[in-house]
Design a protein around this ligand. Structure first.
Ligand code: HEM
Length: 193
């Protein structure tokens, strides 16, 4: 059994419990300027948070279906030509042999003891191989620029009178894992000169 956390739940975890470190990094590296991709290498914590969101709440858990083009024997399983194969990316993204805390949101999965960003072989939300996502570079740029821009300009919280614990964070699991619709307030941050 694998857990499929809701992307919204993960985002709320991030904005509720992790904003300070991300915002400190934004203040230090980006300031009031428009975030640029060149900032990413100087922002290991933010990069780690984004990677951990994708690991913890991957939006395409079963990747895309494929079929074998020849007869294949894989790990003692005989798979005849033409068999449809569906890979479960979550089995790798939450593999207890690969991750220190597979079922916990933990940006430290992508940081070494000195706080430097580390790549992990088992990080594969875009799948692997010849047919891996062709939009990976674009998606990764967009994730960084959107996330840092939003965190730079807003704080996020539930509507007045609603605790973040009251929000319905049940994931809408289908071909993609999506959040259920819910209301959240984006409050402009005070500009500091
Ligand atoms: C966070 C964002 C994204 C995630 C997690 C994601 C994930 C994936 C995954 C898991 C696959 C299946 C790979 C396989 O079959 O083994 C895939 C395929 C694909 N993705 Fe993405 N993707 C994202 C964004 C994008 C974007 C922005 C584009 C285009 C601009 C894109 C275009 C494609 C295309 C064309 C394929 C099919 C590739 C093929 O069959 O050869 N994706 N993606």
């Amino acid at each position: 059994m694998f857990q499929h956390p809701c992307p919204a739940q993960t985002l709320i975890t991030v904005i509720s419990f992790y904003p300070e470190k991300v915002c400190d990094e934004i203040t230090k590296v980006v300031g009031l300027a428009q975030p640029r991709i060149a900032h990413r290498t100087q922002m290991p914590y933010t990069d780690a948070v984004i990677h951990e969101v994708q690991r913890f709440a991957n939006i395409l858990p079963t990747s895309l279906p494929h079929a074998t083009t020849t007869n294949v024997t894989f790990k003692n399983y005989y798979i005849p030509k033409g068999t449809e194969v569906i890979t479960l990316l979550t089995s790798v993204l939450q593999d207890p042999t690969q991750w220190e805390k597979p079922h916990t949101f933990n940006p430290e999965h992508f940081l070494n003891s000195k706080g430097k960003f580390v790549k992990r072989e088992a990080f594969m939300p875009f799948s692997v191989g010849n047919r891996k996502c062709v939009g990976e570079s674009l998606a990764r740029m967009e994730l960084f620029l959107f996330f840092t821009s939003l965190m730079q300009k807003f704080t996020f919280q539930p509507p007045h009178g609603v605790s973040h614990l009251d929000l319905d964070l049940t994931p809408d699991i289908g071909f993609t894992t999506r959040p259920m619709p819910h209301k959240i307030c984006a409050l402009p941050r005070e500009r500091q000169s």
